[in-house]
Design a protein. Structure first.
Length: 524
């Protein structure tokens, strides 16, 4: 970068090029055609560093280096959510070592935290997209630990938000919430309404991750209200998408799809590729749940393509999970295994416990579908341990329910009942209607296996009605499994009229009544 070198010397860029050419000719510098960058030989670098130390020029040189790369980072920041974000992400990736060196000096020089806070506030989104969670959190912690005066409150608030996003990505919900709350306090003091809206949205994300849907919805709605007043289109799209995620988790697929479609339309208008990919992913998940597999696959493939272009490793892993799960639903187990294994590898490399747990759960479900019960149990137990550590109640309930399904297939009916009861109780408490329906079906199968065909029919009837209400039909593999279980229960009861009557009684139950009825059955 001759333009960068000219910032550190009292000569013009054209003279820098002449000097670099001369140094290349003398084999003191080499030119990398792949990157278009000049690099010093290590022996020359060590000699030059020693001369700078001898001459007392090191501090001045590093100050100039910090100033240049701080300016670059702050120039890049607004573009990281724009139409040209790929170009700027690539530039920051190319300069990542220089940015680290600038951060190191900004912390080391002990002349106040401004430089390090500004750098962290400018590039946290790059760290997030490219999966540099550990690195980013380390620099943010160092910067935030430095004493700062009141003149840096706004700068500190931006760094706190970035640090919170990175903590959340690694499943450290407690630290993320603390960072967001400190940032929110500062922003309220400064009356920074857009910043307040961002923090409210982020606090909603923490609540959503922990299945606190009422709290999440409230935070998202408050954020959306402020953003509409400010006509902040990007923020409006984010809040709409997040409200759509809550609607999805609670089984309101019509609202979820409408909210995600509105969010996607705004994001396409703005050209924010990463956010477009997020909306496509969310819409694909809803479409898949509605058995619209063709639309779901198209959306997930477009999302994955964008994420690969951006180098968004966390997003790539998520798209792979969604496509892998879709493959499994459509019984393409080879493709499903390949995608899910790749997602787990990425997430382990990123140190993303929430993502690791999700990939493990999907791999456990895949093994269950293929009848490999030992592999399913191993993956699901590891998933459950992580979800308990994260305090992610929905994730805990999903893992328990899946383990219950495996126990059922192994004819361990009492163990299956206990696991499914625990899972259903959590889903019911969360008002997670989509997963309540699936959990009710699992509990009904256990009841039938334990000889209670009548109560099982009632629970199946309640689940059927709930699926109709939320527009979530059973996928083909789940439907065939349910048909086998209901046929077996009907045959065991040997009274079609009684079975049908019980089924209709279940269809008349409210959600709470159905959950209570399922949890009350404790047959051995």
């Amino acid at each position: 970068m001759p333009e960068a070198a000219s910032e550190f010397a009292a000569i013009q860029e054209s003279e820098i090029l002449d000097l670099l050419t001369s140094l290349v000719d003398k084999s003191m510098v080499f030119y990398d055609e792949a990157t278009g960058r000049y690099q010093l030989l290590e022996t020359v670098r060590q000699y030059a560093r020693g001369k700078m130390l001898d001459d007392g020029e090191m501090q001045q040189g590093r100050d100039l280096h910090l100033a240049y790369f701080l300016a670059l980072a702050e120039e890049a920041e607004p573009h990281l959510t724009g139409a040209d974000q790929r170009q700027w992400l690539e530039q920051l990736a190319t300069e990542h070592d220089n940015l680290r060196a600038a951060l190191a000096w900004s912390v080391e020089r002990k002349q106040g935290p401004e430089g390090s806070l500004r750098l962290c506030g400018a590039i946290w989104r790059f760290w997030s997209v490219r999966g540099h969670y550990r690195d980013g959190r380390t620099w943010c912690r160092l910067a935030l630990a430095l004493p700062a005066d009141s003149g840096l409150l706004a700068t500190r608030a931006r760094a706190l938000v970035g640090s919170g996003v990175l903590a959340h990505a690694q499943g450290d919900y407690a630290e993320a919430r603390s960072l967001y709350e400190e940032s929110l306090s500062i922003l309220m003091q400064l009356d920074d309404r857009r910043g307040i809206a961002v923090c409210l949205n982020n606090l909603g994300n923490i609540a959503w991750s922990q299945s606190e849907y009422a709290s999440a919805s409230s935070s998202y709605a408050d954020s959306l209200s402020v953003l509409r007043d400010l006509n902040d289109r990007s923020g409006i799209a984010a809040s709409l998408g997040n409200l759509g995620n809550v609607a999805y988790e609670q089984g309101d697929y019509i609202s979820a799809r409408l909210l995600q479609e509105e969010s996607l339309a705004i994001r396409r208008e703005l050209g924010d590729q990463q956010s477009i990919a997020n909306s496509l992913n969310n819409l694909g998940v809803v479409a898949s749940e509605q058995s619209d597999y063709s639309s779901a696959r198209s959306m997930h493939e477009e999302s994955l393509s964008i994420r690969r272009e951006l180098g968004d490793r966390r997003g790539i892993a998520l798209s792979l999970v969604c496509l892998g799960s879709l493959d499994s639903t459509q019984r393409d187990y080879v493709s499903a295994r390949s995608r899910l294994d790749e997602s787990l590898t990425i997430r382990r490399d990123l140190g993303d416990p929430r993502g690791i747990a999700e990939s493990l759960h999907c791999l456990g479900e895949l093994a269950y579908e293929q009848g490999d019960h030992p592999a399913a149990i191993s993956a699901l137990k590891e998933c459950l341990i992580i979800q308990r550590e994260l305090g992610a109640r929905r994730g805990i309930a999903l893992a328990l329910g899946s383990l219950g399904n495996v126990a059922f297939e192994r004819a361990l009916y009492v163990a299956a009942r206990d696991l499914m009861h625990e899972s259903l109780a959590i889903f019911g408490d969360l008002s997670d209607r989509r997963n309540v329906a699936e959990s009710l079906e699992g509990n009904a199968s256990v009841l039938a296996a334990l000889g209670a065909a009548g109560p099982a029919a009632r629970i199946w009837g309640a689940a059927e009605r709930l699926r109709e209400q939320i527009g979530s039909p059973l996928p083909p593999n789940g439907r065939s499994r349910k048909d086998r279980h209901t046929a077996s229960a009907r045959a065991a009861l040997n009274d079609d009229a009684s079975f049908a009557l019980s089924w209709q009684e279940g269809r008349a139950m409210t959600l709470d009544q159905a959950v209570e009825c399922a949890l009350e059955e404790n047959l051995e």
